[in-house]
Design a protein around this ligand. Structure first.
Ligand SMILES: Cc1cc2nc3c(=O)[nH]c(=O)nc-3n(C[C@H](O)[C@H](O)[C@H](O)COP(=O)(O)O)c2cc1C
Ligand SMILES: [Fe+2]
Ligand SMILES: [Fe+2]
Length: 397
């Protein structure tokens, strides 16, 4: 499991305990915190792991080192899921030299209380481990300001931090040819597709706002020959690497596939009936869609499918002359993620004075979405004559 190549060893851990990543995003298949050793005459550790996994992590490192010491600890990203064991690693290996860029320095001090033995690298700078060379590329705002990536020149391997990462603990082998998604019932041939959907969810939930800086990073790295990507979450990409890079490129360009993401919430079921009527009309027309009820499901999945499809249809009842709060929160998140190039329509029930549809349209217009309908605002119970989902389906098919 741990040997990626003669010189690269996996020392990360699987987290099957945390139910919500960042306290928000569900983890039905867990998540992995990946960390790697590059071993030559000198040894470099790339990132660490989450603090709750200290004992398991330190044992993984100790086993792979087999009595050797760590010379360098490379910090690609200071988010605590990868950096919170730095001080502990230093305690165990006091001579280790931390390698990071200027922006990591105050973060290392602030999080880990460490101020000395730090080697600050600039964009394009390298260190030698003997026969192996590590070169550092600054990739700011993917998705923190200090993020950088580490390229192992001789093995054409990119240690990419959170980029190309996905939710889901990795079972079986760590490389994608043999990796399985922990606890997934997907057939073996669908394993990659299952990981890819968890990558879409990770990207849309966490990195989604930073499409432009991800694009800059992809451009910057396009001159490198890359045959393996070791990210901080999910499998090591080798076999599926071209697909993964293309997928990430499309995600960061906010390119939607043909299809519809229906997102709604409902107190008494009236807006829900309209949502289901739209789904039935799309079914009739053979249009691909996903439907998400924000009252029963975490918003994480709705964001995933906002990034997946080119059309977004949102339903909300009017609530205190406003958008129903779960739907407002969702739309705020769509807007904060700077989602672009979507077709949009809104619908929803009210009782005495409808406001939600008009306000949703305003939010969508601010996002620059193409409004395909004025919106379908209807009083009290849903019925096709009050809210013509057939006509809407005709327009978006
Ligand atoms: C707390 C609360 C506030 C509401 N505020 C408004 C309102 O400002 N304007 C309005 O027309 N209807 C208002 N309604 C009525 C709902 O919009 C109406 O019941 C609608 O049919 C609910 O749709 P749903 O069944 O999809 O939840 C309110 C209802 C509740 C419970
Ligand atoms: Fe991160
Ligand atoms: Fe991370």
């Amino acid at each position: 499991m741990s040997k990626i190549s003669e010189k690269i060893r996996y020392v990360g851990v699987n987290d099957l305990k945390t139910t919500a990543f960042e306290g928000m995003w569900p983890l039905p298949f867990g998540v992995s915190y990946n960390s790697y050793l590059v071993m030559d005459e000198k040894v470099a550790l790339i990132d660490t792991a989450e603090v709750d996994f200290a004992a398991e992590y330190m044992e993984n490192v100790r086993k792979e080192l087999d009595g050797r010491k760590i010379d360098y600890m490379v910090v690609n990203h200071m988010e605590p899921d990868h950096s919170s064991l730095m001080a502990l690693v230093r305690e165990a290996y006091p001579d280790v030299r931390i390698v990071g860029n200027a922006k990591t320095v105050p973060m290392i001090r602030g999080y880990q209380g460490v101020t000395d033995n730090i080697h600050v690298v600039k964009d394009g700078e390298s260190i030698s481990l003997g026969g192996s060379t590590l070169t550092f590329y600054m990739t700011p705002m993917v998705h923190w300001p200090e993020t950088m990536m580490t390229y192992f020149n001789e093995e054409k391997t990119l240690f990419s931090g959170d980029a190309f990462g996905c939710f889901g603990a990795v079972d079986g082998e760590v490389t994608d040819a043999g990796a399985m998604l922990f606890g997934s019932t997907a057939a073996a041939e669908n394993t990659f597709a299952a990981f890819r959907e968890e990558m879409r969810r990770y990207y849309s939930n966490i990195v989604g706002k930073y499409g432009q800086t991800v694009q800059s990073a992809l451009k910057k790295l396009s001159g490198l020959e890359i045959s393996r990507v070791c990210s901080t979450h999910g499998p090591v990409w080798e076999k599926h690497l071209p697909e993964v890079v293309g997928f990430y490129d499309r995600l960061s360009r906010y390119e939607g596939e043909k299809g519809v993401c229906i997102v709604y919430a409902s107190m008494y079921g009236n807006t829900a009936s309209a949502a289901k009527a739209l789904a039935a009309e799309l079914d009739k027309r053979g249009v691909e869609y996903a439907i998400h009820n924000l009252c029963t499901e975490n918003v994480s999945y709705a964001y995933r499918d906002v990034f997946k499809y080119d059309t977004l249809i949102v339903g909300s009842p009017t609530y205190n002359n406003d958008i129903f709060p779960p739907v407002y929160n969702f739309m705020y998140g769509v807007s904060a993620r700077l989602v672009k190039n979507r077709r949009f329509a809104a619908f929803g029930s009210f009782t005495w004075a409808g406001a939600s549809v008009k306000l949703l349209n305003e939010m969508a217009a601010k996002c620059g979405f193409d409004l395909v309908s004025d919106g379908l605002s209807f009083p009290q119970a849903y019925s096709p004559d009050k809210c013509d989902m057939s006509a809407l389906a005709d327009r978006i098919q």
